[in-house]
Structure formats: structure tokens, C-alpha cells
Ligand binder design. Structure first.
Ligand code: FE2
Length: 309
């Protein structure tokens, strides 16, 4: 098809995403039906089978989890646009670049960042990357498999591929000051803002069912101390369900842009994440205080490097 204008490319990606999501949801639903049919056939032959678990329990469970990922992506697109607009308007971050172009690229990255989630769930039955497949690498692969990079200039294709592939890395591996680095930072912020929203949503509607840590029942002291010290935790650090709250707070220590800190503060995410657990560890009020101090420091600009895209 050849390279498109950035406006046309964004519109094509938007349409592609709707079609790709529906295609994968239908494929997943057909696979779920097939598993249920096979299990019933074996039972009918007198071969007792263990119950189907997790997303394979029912066609509905599989559909719902894929639909949640689709909805997540649409919210991340909105977040990415808002962050990119704020970055484009802030001369500390954005010198000599074409703001409108980058705002469109940020949205393209957001539409594509979790494309690999669909295949991941269908193959592994979980959204956990610890099951063996890195969903960001799968998303970058999906861009190639679907031939989408033909729609972008070579330079945009490269920035988009890097930002997508790096969106879940512990540390971004891209040249400092590059467009790829900027777009990686935007998508990482946009993604985290939605994670905060999901984790603090008291309604059940947006919750995924697939986080597996069931053990423990207590906060890990070492992780409480690490988060008070502004550490960004790793998935592998999480031992208990309670630790998830610490992990989610620690995401703020990997946030990049003032707009994202503003949203975190405006929504009271830190308090909302920790509040249900207060009283269960003596240092949780300190976790909140330390996080708020960090956010206020970032908003006051005291730690912002000048011209750091
Ligand atoms: Fe992701």
C-alpha cells in the first residue's frame, strides 16, 4: 500500500484495531467452544476430565477478558493523546519537533501496544508474561505480521516499533533524547494511568481475573521499605496479593511527564491503592506520605531535567 500521511495512518490503525480485536475475540471464542466440546466428548466416553479452568472455563470468560484488553487499549489511546498534547505544549520537552505529527504517532503506538495480548491469552490462557511470552514483543511482531509498518515512514515505523516493544520493559532501551525514547515514555505513562484506574476501580466491571498470586496474606517488609525509598518494583518481587498494592504504588516511580503526575494526584490513586490495606502494616501511612512527597516534588519541577524528551 505504501506510506500514508500521518492522519491517514492514524485513521487506518484505528479501523484496523477494531477489526483485529473482533477477529481475535471470535477466534478465541471458537477455541473455547472447541475445548468445551472436546471435554464433553471425553466425559461422554466415560473418561472423567478435570474442570476447565480460568479463561477456558467458558466462552464468555474468554470473550470478557479479551474485551477488557480492547477497552484498556481505547482508554490508553485517550491517555496517550492527552500526554502527547501536554508534551507538545511544553518547551522543556519538545524542541523543534512537529507536535501534531508526534501526537498522532503517540496514538498509533497506543493502539498497537497491546496487540500481542490477544494471541498471548489464546495460547497461554493468561496475561502473565511470566508464563513465557513477553506481550510487548508479541505486539511488535503483530505489527510486522499484519503489514502495518508499510503505512508509516521508515523513521516513524522504527520509533513506533521501539516504543511498543519497550512499553513494559523495566528500563527503556532507546537512545536518550530520541523520538523512540519519547514515545516509549508516553506509552508507559499512558498505560500506567489506566492500570491505576483499573486497580482503584471499586466496581468489578473492569477487573481482570488473571492475577495469580494467592499466597501469603501479608505485606513483604522488604518491599514496603523499598517503596518508601522510591523503588520501582519488579513483577518477580511480588510474593503475595498484598504486594500487588505496593507494586502498583511503585509504578509512580517510573512515571515521566508532569501531565501524568497531575492525573495521579487529581485522582488520588496512591491513597485509593493503599487505603483498603491501612492497619495491615505499620508503615503503610509512610508509603503514602513518601509517594505524595515525590509527586509534589515532580509537579514543582524540582527533579525535571530540562529539554528531556
Ligand atoms: Fe502492555
Amino acid at each position: 500500500m505504501g506510506e500514508l500521511s500521518i492522519c491517514d495512518a492514524l485513521e487506518r490503525v484505528r479501523l484496523w484495531f477494531g477489526e483485529f480485536s473482533s477477529r481475535n475475540i471470535e477466534l478465541g471464542a471458537a477455541e473455547a467452544r472447541e475445548r468445551i466440546r472436546l471435554r464433553e466428548a471425553m466425559e461422554a466416553r466415560g473418561e472423567p476430565q478435570p474442570p476447565l479452568a480460568g479463561v477456558w472455563e467458558s466462552e464468555e470468560a474468554l470473550r470478557r477478558n479479551l474485551e477488557l484488553k480492547c477497552e484498556h487499549t481505547l482508554r490508553v489511546v485517550r491517555n496517550a493523546r492527552a500526554i502527547a498534547e501536554s508534551v507538545a505544549a511544553d518547551e522543556r520537552f519538545f524542541r523543534g519537533a512537529d507536535g501534531g505529527h508526534e501526537i498522532a504517532v503517540a496514538q498509533i503506538v497506543a493502539y498497537l501496544h497491546d496487540a500481542g495480548r490477544f494471541g498471548q491469552l489464546r495460547r497461554n490462557g493468561t496475561f502473565s508474561d511470566l508464563a513465557g511470552e513477553n506481550h510487548a514483543a508479541l505486539s511488535a511482531q503483530a505489527i510486522r505480521d499484519e503489514g502495518l509498518d508499510e503505512w508509516f515512514s521508515e523513521e516513524d515505523a522504527s520509533a513506533i516499533a521501539t516504543a511498543v516493544a519497550q512499553h513494559n520493559a523495566y528500563r527503556v532501551d532507546a537512545p536518550a533524547g530520541s523520538r523512540a525514547m519519547m514515545h516509549a515514555k508516553i506509552i508507559r505513562d499512558a498505560d500506567k494511568l489506566d492500570i491505576f484506574g483499573i486497580m482503584t476501580d471499586t466496581g468489578a466491571a473492569r477487573k481482570y481475573t488473571l492475577y495469580n498470586n494467592e499466597s501469603g496474606g501479608a505485606f513483604s517488609d522488604s518491599l514496603v521499605a523499598a517503596v518508601i525509598g522510591h523503588a520501582n518494583l519488579r513483577y518477580e518481587d511480588i510474593k503475595t496479593l498484598e504486594d500487588w498494592a505496593l507494586f502498583n504504588v511503585s509504578l509512580i516511580y517510573d512515571i515521566n511527564y508532569p501531565k501524568s503526575f497531575e492525573e495521579i494526584k487529581r485522582n488520588g490513586y496512591v491513597e485509593k491503592i493503599v487505603a483498603p490495606h491501612l492497619g495491615r502494616h505499620p508503615l503503610l501511612p509512610e508509603v503514602i506520605r513518601s509517594a505524595n512527597e515525590y509527586i509534589d516534588g515532580k509537579l514543582a519541577g524540582s527533579h525535571l531535567p530540562a529539554n528531556n524528551i
